[in-house]
Design a protein around this ligand. Structure first.
Ligand SMILES: Cc1ncc(COP(=O)(O)O)c(C=O)c1O
Length: 392
């Protein structure tokens, strides 16, 4: 069979995910589903909020003209209006419906932004460890991913970012709350990054700051997620309802561009065309109508907090080392040995499935996704302890 060389490589690069999946299936078949502690997938298990279900029900019986038809590629006017209001409120910033584009999830949104801004060979700075799909999205649009280390506590290393900037740098892509670390970048970090980007931007065109934030609403202990809109003009937010409403399969999200961004009309026109020609055409119509009414609705974030607290306490007591996650639903835990894959394999002997940090550009760590029940977490904790005690 002939397929493109680049795609053959992508299949190979994705193979560890497949291996994890296969290993999970094997363990579940052998020991029973309830005896396998699967923390490998970031697939939210909480039910969507009741308001979401009710809105869907009411819409199925509503008589809406041209309900299933094509629409403007940027999305339904009522969805863009509702979301502009939500962004203005949540970010404490100006936002207009004309600066919103409805997308097929955050993944679709990121591809739209990158396609619109990248010339071949342009560089996008990504902070390590990172959501591994970024590499594919950037190469989809002929860009080059430039990976930059964080500080030890996963905060932004502004000097390292500064050193990575070249005349080809088109954008810096950040993700906060972060997958895989659970870190939220502070106002001071965003401020310092914005100052750096202003200083480095030349007359020929500024460097965009893109914030991928599908976990913005999953935060604990009243920690605030500072908005890039208040720090840097050339800023673009990409997000989705995948995690905040537990609906990743419905593929609904949006792009919000800072109204002060230079050349905003051209940027918006470019992204709207990209939404069309990437083949998305427009975000799913039905879901646009549903989320238009969800400005005050999220999943039960306290359920994630209870799980985080349970896990953090249990892992600390067992002797594991990791920074306390402030948001999202991941713990990025230090492996007791440099080779994280070796320790991940050892955990599998205890029917525990986690993802090696090397898969996120963070070797020496492993990621635990705690979008599973408290019962599974509680039952897994003695196994985590035993695994650490018996290692080597
Ligand atoms: C950091 C990050 N960005 C983007 C996405 C993709 O989100 P969506 O399913 O809304 O496309 C995910 C999904 O897990 C993610 O973790």
């Amino acid at each position: 069979m002939t397929i493109a060389d680049g795609i053959r490589e992508s299949i190979e690069k994705s193979s560890w995910i497949r291996k994890m999946f296969e290993e999970g299936a094997r363990l579940k078949a052998e020991f029973g589903e309830e005896n396998v502690f699967d923390f490998s997938l970031g697939n939210p298990d909480l039910d969507p909020p009741v308001e979401f279900i009710n809105k869907m029900r009411s819409l199925t019986s509503a008589d809406i003209k041209n309900v299933h038809g094509y629409m403007e590629n940027a999305g339904l006017p009522e969805a863009r209006k509702a979301i502009a209001e939500k962004v203005a409120r949540d970010h404490g910033a100006d936002m207009e419906p004309g600066n919103i584009i409805m997308t097929c999830g955050a993944a679709g949104g990121l591809n739209v932004v990158l396609k619109a801004i990248l010339n071949p060979g342009d560089e996008v700075i990504v902070i390590k460890p990172y959501f591994v799909e970024y590499g594919f999205y950037i190469s989809n649009h002929n860009g080059t991913m430039v990976l930059v280390e964080t500080n030890e506590d996963f905060s932004l290393n502004i000097d390292a970012i500064s050193r990575a900037i070249t005349p080809k740098t088109k954008a810096v892509l950040i993700n906060s709350p972060n997958n895989p670390t659970g870190k939220i970048y502070s106002a001071a970090e965003i401020d310092a990054l914005s100052s750096l980007l202003r200083e480095k931007s030349d007359d020929g065109g500024s460097i965009y700051l893109i914030s991928d934030e599908p976990y913005r609403e999953i935060v604990f202990d009243n920690v605030e997620v500072p908005s890039i809109l208040n720090y840097y003009n050339e800023s673009v937010i990409v997000t989705s309802y995948s995690k905040s409403l537990s609906i990743p399969g419905e593929r609904i999200g949006y792009i919000a561009v800072n109204p002060s961004c230079s050349g905003i009309d051209t940027l918006m026109a470019g992204m709207i065309v990209c939404n069309r020609i990437l083949g998305y055409v427009n975000a799913p119509a039905f879901m646009q109508r549903v989320v238009s009414g969800m400005n005050n609705v999220t999943v039960d974030v306290d359920a994630y907090k209870r799980r985080r607290d349970l896990f953090v306490q249990g892992l600390e007591d067992a002797g594991y080392d990791f920074p306390r996650p402030e948001g999202a639903f991941y713990i990025f835990c230090k492996s007791p040995v440099e080779d994280d894959v070796e320790f991940v394999r050892h955990l599998q002997n205890y029917n525990i499935l986690v993802v090696p940090g090397v898969g996120f550009g963070g070797p020496g760590y492993f990621r635990i996704a705690y979008c599973v029940s408290e019962d599974i977490i509680s039952r897994s904790l003695p196994k985590f302890r035993e695994a650490l005690e018996t290692f080597r």
